[in-house]
Each structure stands twice: as C-alpha cells, then as structure tokens.
Design a protein around this ligand. Structure first.
Ligand SMILES: Cc1cc2nc3c(=O)[nH]c(=O)nc-3n(C[C@H](O)[C@H](O)[C@H](O)COP(=O)(O)OP(=O)(O)OC[C@H]3O[C@@H](n4cnc5c(N)ncnc54)[C@H](O)[C@@H]3O)c2cc1C
Ligand code: SF4
Length: 327
C-alpha cells in the first residue's frame, strides 16, 4: 500500500473541503477502498475518515418517503423496521450481499461507489484495463469473461457493477443526494451509475468533489409484492452472476404497475423498462412472464464465456416476478 495522509472529518463541511483535492478519498467502512489500496488499484494520497459524521439516521418523511443517511450500515438498513415493512425488496437485497461482518461495516455511500470485481481491474499484474488505466485496452474481451456484461457494454469495457443494494434501489426509483461546495444535487438512481462508453474509468455521475449524504426512497407502493432473487455460484458470500429486483403493484391477478432491475449483467444496475411496460395491464400468466423475460434481455450481446447469462437472466426475471406476485 502506498503511504497516505489520514484526517478525520468532524463536520460534513470538513469532508467536502477535503474533497477539493482530487487525490483525496472518503473512508467509510473501508471494505472496498482499503482492499483496492492494498492492491495498488487505488492510490489516494489522502483519506478523509467520514465515519464520525452525523449521517447515520433513517428518517420517515411526512410525504411518505424514507431518507437514509449515507453512513447507515448495510446491517442497520436491512434491520430497520420501516425498510423491512415498506421496502422488503431492499432488505432482501442487502442481506443477500457479502457476509454479516462485511455488512456491519459497509455503508450506503460506499456500497453505491463500490468498484467492479472484474479480475483484470483488481489485479495490477494485468496491464490492459481501460477502467484502471485509460487507453490500455480491455483484457476481459478476449480472456475469461464468464462474470462479465451482456448488456450495455462497450468495446472499451465489459465489466459489471457488483452491488445487490443498488439493484433494489434502481427498481425502487431511489434518489442519491450529493453535497459539494456548489450546493446539493439530487441524482435519480437510474442516472447515477454509468454505462462504460469511451470513459469506463468513470463508474458514476458523482463528481470527485461531491460527498454522498443520503439516499431517498419515494413512498412505497410495492411492499406487498416484491422479490430480490440472486443467482450465484455458491449460496452465500458470493457476488451475483445474475440478480433480479422485481416489484409489482397488483390489481387482483392483473399487473397495475411493475419495476424490474437486473444486477450482474451490466456496468450499472439495469432497469428493464420494456419488460415493465410489457406487464402493465396483463394477467401474470406464462405468456406475460415469458414476454417480460425476453424483453428484459433485449439487445443482449454475450461474450465468449457468458452466453449462459442471457437465458439465466430471462429465467430469473420470470421466477422473481412469479414469486413477487405470490408474496
Ligand atoms: C469479500 C467481499 C464480498 C462482498 N460481497 C458483496 C455482495 O455479495 N454484494 C454486494 O453488494 N457487495 C458485496 N461486497 C462489497 C461491499 O458491499 C462493499 O465493499 C461495501 O458496500 C462498501 O462500503 P464501504 O462503506 O466499506 O465503502 P468504502 O470501502 O469505505 O468506500 C468505497 C468507495 O466509496 C467512497 N465513499 C464512501 N462513502 C462515500 C460518501 N458518503 N461520499 C462519497 N464517497 C464515498 C470511498 O471513497 C471509496 O471510493 C463484498 C465485499 C467483500 C470484501
Ligand atoms: S472489463 Fe473493464 S474493468 Fe475489466 S479489464 Fe476490461 S476495461 Fe478493465
């Protein structure tokens, strides 16, 4: 690990002031950042410890929304009564991630900004990685790429976003609140993470000088019918090969409204808008499920080792919807 300076922020403004230096990073739970620093993937010259900032509240707001502080741990969020009762999809996604010890440390802000698990990105022994070293190439395109993207990738990068929490937040239309010296910005979850395009080094639309202070969930409409389904190589302590966050508003056996987001398939949580539209107004029968499954993977472009993800994603969408409807 490269040597770095350490400071502890006592106030939000202190952290924001520290972020004016582009070589400074926030230290929250440290479960991703410190690993990347040990591997020389990230080499900040300064860490500002934000763990003492007052960003650990979960507030039910009068308009029915829920505001979650950026430092709320994944464990506390999953166990929160409001989350369990009003947003069970989010609670399910959170507990499917990592291990209890990691979830105790992992924060909401850090989870949003965790980086890809592409092996070539996390191992500096590989030279060609446009995300880590812009312009160097993409080793994953020709190398083993079983875990990589099938949707929205570019010639420059085929990595996937690894988070479970973010897939549920995307389905639930969460909004990320970011603060900087120029004020507060609210970024809809759908726009927060980026597709790689020609600048895969940028994972999100967050600017370097911005601190995530909170995430807000709109009033819950999907508490009765939602399901987070995670498909992975082993039953726990493993990232998703494919995951699906499915949320339905039902009118008896007909779908009044639907939200579907996929994880493990793209550089960002993938909202399957066409699949959602295909369901509205229909009974959730086998034909509707099959239509939603194939709409969710429309435009899929698999690579050498990951064609299996296309049918896996389709089946996972169908199963998640079926289970959401009967929840
Ligand atoms: C072995 C292992 C297994 C895992 N399995 C899963 C899994 O199955 N599913 C899953 O979703 N995740 C998994 N994770 C990832 C884990 O969820 C993340 O490491 C964690 O959520 C990151 O949160 P953190 O608070 O520790 O972030 P940190 O490591 O402290 O920070 C991560 C990044 O976010 C920045 N940052 C943090 N907070 C803020 C803020 N408020 N504003 C601006 N920047 C900020 C940091 O500067 C850094 O760049 C796993 C991790 C490990 C090590
Ligand atoms: S997929 Fe992206 S992260 Fe992985 S090697 Fe290619 S450029 Fe790097």
């Amino acid at each position: 690990m490269k040597a770095f300076d350490y400071t502890r922020a006592k106030r939000v403004d202190d952290a924001i002031a520290a972020l004016a230096d582009p070589n400074t990073r926030c230290l929250a739970g440290g479960t991703n950042l410190l690993d990347l620093m040990k591997g020389y993937v990230e080499q900040p010259t300064r860490l500002v410890d934000i763990t003492h900032l007052p960003l650990r509240d979960i507030e039910a707001l009068p308009d029915g929304s829920l505001r979650i502080g950026a430092l709320v741990s994944n464990t506390d969020l999953a166990n929160d009564r409001n989350v369990r009762e009003r947003y069970p999809l989010l609670a399910q996604a959170l507990v499917s991630g990592a291990s209890p010890q990691l979830r105790n440390m992992a924060s909401v802000g850090g989870n949003l900004l965790q980086r890809t698990r592409c092996h070539y990105f996390t191992d500096v022994g590989f030279d060609a990685c446009n995300k880590r070293k812009p312009g160097s190439g993409c080793a994953a395109r020709e190398g083993p790429n079983r875990i990589h993207a099938i949707l929205g990738a570019s010639d420059q990068c085929i990595a996937v976003h690894p988070s479970d929490m973010c897939v549920a937040l995307a389905a639930l239309d969460a909004v990320v609140e970011a603060q900087s010296r120029s004020g507060t910005r609210r970024i809809p979850m759908r726009d927060f993470h980026r597709l790689p395009g020609t600048t895969p080094e940028r994972d999100t639309e967050l600017r370097r000088d911005e601190l995530i202070v909170a995430v807000t969930l709109p009033p819950s409409r999907f508490a009765d019918h939602s399901r987070y389904l995670k498909v992975r190589d082993r039953a726990s302590y493993e990232f998703a090969l494919v995951s699906v966050a499915a949320a339905l508003e039902m009118d008896r056996d007909h779908v009044r409204d639907a939200r579907i987001a996929l994880g493990g398939v793209a550089h960002k949580p993938w909202r399957a808008l066409r699949a959602e539209q295909a369901l509205v107004g229909h009974a959730l029968d086998d034909a509707a499920l099959a239509a939603a499954g194939s709409a969710a993977t429309e435009g899929a472009r698999p690579y050498r080792d990951n064609a299996f993800k296309v049918s896996l994603a389709q089946r996972a969408v169908m199963r998640a919807l079926r289970e959401a409807a009967s929840a």
